[in-house]
Every structure is written in structure tokens, then in C-alpha cells.
Design a binder for this molecule. Structure first.
Ligand code: PMP
Length: 377
């Protein structure tokens, strides 16, 4: 069959299921969608810091010019990795070009043939993709169920890894990190925590949930990503020094790619300078999330789950993905940027609106959104 026709058929299958993905631009809408939790991506203060810092690094090339193992390494990378380690209280850090690359690079390389990985079923696609590339066996466990994980431990062979997110990207809830750490200690398993949605928000200086709970010595590796509350781009794996050396030697997503460009490193350096000062934004975003959670729980016909997180999943009690999409379109027409999350990003039957709250959302915007949702369902 002609390849164009085959591709068209695959797209038609998606369209028939009502979950064809399409790119959109939504300038001018009130933001209940982006991951810019603290407003750093739009911060004039951060922009000014970056502008000032750029002068200082005029001697560096704009692009990395190669893999860090070849021409691409320079002192700014190493300086930044030192900042990252101190901030997240590990021993060593290694930058990756994105959170996706960090998870793929870490999980494809670290667990070896004969080892076993247990991962939360709600884990991000990048973690699952990394595990698909690994030679280790991997098994999912029920979302946030330490009990299910413990039962599955009977399947363990070799070195055992437990892979979780500290705050789940779709569910918005937190992992029971203390219990998981305890279990990992009992089974001598290495705990890997993706902090993508907790960095900036949890901990006295926004270090993430691992540090906020004082678990930095229990967690083998933290994945820190910069495209969300840090308002920038890129990621880092924080862990023991030997892990960094191992990844430099074995992690293909690190080895075979051009390093981050200088402007991205400068942005990260500046974001780390601002992050400790953002306590007000951290409390504000949490207050706004609680307020929206409260407002949404008053509306009949929907369920807002599962806690007052900056990521709120809103489920309609009746109607399938079609009705959910119609509600999202209605909200967009009312000038609120809210997106539906459909299968296969989430399992069938678990389609929801994913509402993201930001420090810059006002009480009026929250009330307006809740009213519009009540009207639109
Ligand atoms: N991990 C989690 C939990 C995520 O939600 C995401 C982004 N959706 C990533 C990793 C990937 O990060 P990045 O966008 O930096 O590639």
C-alpha cells in the first residue's frame, strides 16, 4: 500500500476515536494550561538577569558545537552542574537536553540485563520509553500503591530499581516517597524520582519533594527538569558521582547529542539565582490551587481529583471523550486555555481536563473558570 495512504489511515483511526492530536496556538487566552507554575518563563526579572549575564559569557560559542564528549564541553556546564548538585543536595549532576532525554538516557542505560525495574503505572512516557530501550525486565505497579509494589517484589531478580514521579504529571498527586524509600531500603532497591513537577514548588527553596522530605540520601537519583516551574529548558540527573561517570560512558542520550546551547545554560544559571527568592509565588500558587479545588468541588456532575495540587484533573461524571472535548472548546471560546487529555496519553475511560494553576492566576480568573465549567458541562 502507498505509504501516504497508510499514514492517512492511521490518522483516520485516531480521528474516528475522537483523539486526533493537532497543534494549536492560544495567544490571548487566560493560562490554565502551561507548566509555568511560578511565572518564571514570563518574568521580566529573569529576562533582565539573563541579559546581564549574557555579557559575561560573550567568549563562549552560541551553540555547544558538538557532543560534550567532543568539542561541546566548557566551564559553564560544569559550573552549572555544581550549582545543581548543591541545590538538590546530591553528590554529582549531569545535564541533559530535556527531561525526555534525561529519563530515556538514565533508564535505558542504568538497569542492566538480569535486573528488575518496578515503575508506577502513571509514569511519564519518557520513563516508559527509556525502560523499553533497557535490557532489564520492567513491571508496572498500581498508581501510588506501595502494597502492590511490595507484592510485585517477588518478581525481582538482580539489582532492583523503583521508578516514580514525586508529583504526577497527569494525576497531580504526590508519590508516598517516605514509604517508598522505606520499602526500597528493605529490598535494597535503588529509588529513582522524577521531580519534573515538584521542582520550584516544594522545599524551602523549591528544591523538590525529595529534599523537602529530607530523603536526599535515600533516593539514588533525582531527575530535575527545567521546562516547567524553572521557566526554561533542559534537565539534570542528580545522584552519586559514580552514576555521573557511568552515564557519561553509557548513556546514549547524553553521548550522541549536541550539548545545550550557551543561552540555555545562562537561563538556567539565572533561574537558579532567582528560585530561592520565590517563596511568595510558591505560597500563592498553592493558595490558588486550593481555591480552585474548592470551587470545582461545588459543581455537580464533575469530580476534581485527587488533592488541591497545581495540576488538577477534572473528570465529567457523564459523557465520553466527545463531551470532554466539547467542554474544553467551550472554555476556550470563553477565553480560558484549558486542554482535554485523551487516550493514549491517559488510559481509555480516564480522559479528563487537565487544569494547571499558576502563581499569576487571579482570584477573579479562578472564579471565572469555575463558573464557565459549571455552565459548560
Ligand atoms: N518527566 C515528566 C514527569 C514530565 O511531565 C515531563 C514533561 N511533560 C518530562 C519528564 C519531560 O520533560 P521535558 O519537557 O523537559 O522533555
Amino acid at each position: 500500500m502507498d505509504l501516504h495512504i497508510r499514514l492517512q489511515q492511521k490518522l483516520a483511526e485516531r480521528a474516528a476515536q475522537g483523539n486526533l492530536r493537532q497543534l494549536k496556538t492560544t495567544a490571548g487566552l487566560t493560562d490554565f494550561c502551561s507548566n509555568d507554575y511560578l511565572g518564571l518563563a514570563r518574568s521580566e526579572n529573569l529576562r533582565a538577569y539573563i541579559k546581564a549575564a549574557e555579557q559575561q559569557y560573550n567568549h563562549l560559542p552560541l551553540g555547544a558545537t558538538g557532543s560534550r564528549l567532543l568539542s561541546g564541553n566548557h566551564l559553564l556546564f560544569e559550573e552549572l552542574e555544581e550549582t545543581i548538585v548543591q541545590y538538590h543536595q546530591g553528590e554529582a549532576a549531569l545535564l541533559y537536553n530535556s527531561g525526555y532525554a534525561a529519563n530515556v538516557g538514565l533508564l535505558s542505560a542504568l538497569p542492566q540485563r538480569g535486573d528488575t525495574v518496578f515503575y508506577d503505572e502513571a509514569s511519564h512516557a519518557s520513563m516508559k520509553d527509556g525502560l523499553r530501550l533497557s535490557f532489564a525486565k520492567s513491571y508496572s505497579f498500581r498508581h501510588n500503591s506501595v502494597q502492590d509494589l511490595q507484592q510485585k517484589m517477588r518478581l525481582a531478580t538482580g539489582q532492583v530499581y523503583v521508578v516514580v514521579e514525586s508529583v504526577y504529571s497527569m494525576e497531580g498527586d504526590r508519590a508516598p516517597l517516605q514509604e517508598l524509600a522505606l520499602l526500597c531500603r528493605t529490598y535494597n532497591a535503588a529509588l529513582i524520582v522524577d521531580e519534573a513537577h515538584a521542582v520550584g514548588l516544594y522545599g524551602e527553596k523549591g528544591e523538590g519533594l525529595t529534599v523537602a522530605l529530607g530523603l536526599e540520601n535515600e533516593v539514588f537519583a533525582q531527575v530535575i527538569t527545567y521546562g516547567k516551574a524553572m521557566g526554561a529548558h533542559g534537565a539534570a540527573v542528580v545522584g552519586p558521582r559514580v552514576l555521573r561517570d557511568f552515564l557519561i560512558n553509557y548513556s546514549r542520550a547524553f553521548i550522541y547529542t549536541t550539548g545545550l546551547p550557551t543561552h540555555a545554560l545562562i537561563a538556567l544559571k539565572c533561574a537558579y539565582q532567582l528560585l530561592p527568592q520565590l517563596n511568595e509565588a510558591r505560597s500563592q500558587v498553592k493558595a490558588m490551587a486550593s481555591y480552585l479545588f474548592e470551587q470545582l468541588n461545588k459543581i455537580n456532575g464533575l469530580r476534581c481529583a485527587p488533592e488541591a495540587s497545581v495540576i488538577l484533573s477534572v473528570y465529567m461524571e457523564e459523557g465520553g471523550p466527545g463531551k470532554l472535548k466539547a467542554l474544553a472548546s467551550f472554555l476556550q471560546a470563553e477565553m480560558f486555555d484549558v486542554r482535554p487529555v485523551l487516550s493514549p496519553t491517559v488510559p481509555q475511560g480516564r480522559e479528563r481536563l487537565r487544569v494547571i494553576v499558576h502563581a499569576y492566576n487571579t482570584t477573579e480568573e479562578i472564579e471565572g473558570l469555575a463558573k464557565a465549567i459549571a455552565k459548560g458541562i
